[in-house]
Design a protein around this ligand. Structure first.
Ligand SMILES: C[S@@+](CC[C@H](N)C(=O)[O-])C[C@H]1O[C@@H](n2cnc3c(N)ncnc32)[C@H](O)[C@@H]1O
Length: 289
């Protein structure tokens, strides 16, 4: 988190009860750096915080676009929050988040309060990509918990905050190659690796497009990126995945399922496992015999 910022914007969204996940997902997808949920008798209120680097209007138009298909959601308040007050709000904004059967994603200040029976992944909530609140990240984490095994080697394409690489490492992967096309994410990922006390050299971080120029073949590849990028990636998966290896794709919505499964089949892969959450969908695939 950049403590040097003088203020942040906030946008408050109201929604009916039971839309908690969708609200967090909208905050994440619109670039929010943190959010606080309140349950009121009349429904849910999410106060989502945004960086001051853009003006409030542009954040509001992003949020309006994101909620345009949700007739029961609306922006009810917006404004500025001074840095000093932020620190109070910040700590409450990221309660530990249980993901799938095995993981709990936690902010660093929750260290020491891990819920029993879950593998903790610590993430600085200021991470721009991959705080764990988005459904596509949760789908990828759940599929990893089913298919990533001890001793495997792995590649995380579009590593963002590094959350999926950390998950692979927590599940016993002996070497993970994390890469992102956006060099600005690398420092963030590095900080999260340190926060999780990832062994030196266990995760190798690089900037690059897809799998281009990565001279390795691994047991598992995970990618949580958009459809067009995933489709572009499929031919290279064949080159970088060992026989018997598993490729996990997330970042897709349910209506893209059929066409993505067709693309996998044309490339010689078949679906081993599928998962959906809200309108999001992900798949673990392997090479056809
Ligand atoms: C939705 S975020 C996922 C972050 C994190 N892996 C997660 O699951 O929460 C997508 C990330 O992929 C990166 N990305 C998008 N296209 C890419 C590409 N062709 N090659 C590598 N990284 C890419 C973006 O910069 C962004 O950090």
């Amino acid at each position: 988190m950049d403590n040097g910022e003088a203020f942040w914007w906030y946008i408050t969204i109201k929604a009916p009860e039971s839309q908690e996940d969708l609200l967090y997902s909208i905050a994440d997808a619109t670039g929010s750096i943190g959010a606080e949920l309140r349950e009121l008798p009349e429904g849910l209120i999410l106060k989502a915080y945004y960086r001051a680097s853009k003006d409030l209007e542009s954040w509001v138009s992003r949020v309006n676009e994101a909620i345009s298909k949700e007739p029961n959601m609306a922006i009810v308040d917006m404004g500025k929050v001074e840095n000093r007050q932020w620190h109070v709000a910040w700590r409450d904004a990221f309660p530990p988040l249980l993901v799938g059967e095995r993981f709990v994603v936690m902010a660093p200040w929750h260290k020491g309060n891990e819920p029993a029976g879950h593998i903790p992944i610590y993430i600085y909530p200021g991470s721009a990509f991959g705080t764990g609140y988005h459904e596509s990240t949760q789908i990828a984490l759940s599929l990893l918990s089913r298919h990533c095994r001890s001793g495997m080697t792995a590649i995380d394409v579009g590593s963002g905050s590094g959350i999926l690489s950390i998950a692979c490492w927590c599940l016993g992967a002996r070497k993970v190659y994390a890469r992102d096309v956006d060099p600005a994410t690398l420092e963030e990922a590095r900080r999260n690796f340190e926060l999780n006390e990832v062994e030196e050299g266990a995760i190798e971080l690089s900037s690059g497009d897809g799998l281009t120029g990565l001279p390795v073949a691994v047991d598992l590849i995970v990618a949580n990126i958009l459809l067009e990028e995933l489709l572009r990636l499929i031919p290279d998966i064949g080159v970088h995945l060992k026989d018997g290896g598993v490729a996990i794709f997330s970042g897709l919505i349910l209506k893209e399922r059929e066409s993505f499964l067709d693309a996998l089949q044309r490339a010689g892969f078949y679906a081993l496992d599928e998962l959906e959450k809200e309108e999001w969908w992900g798949v673990a695939a392997t090479r056809s015999a």
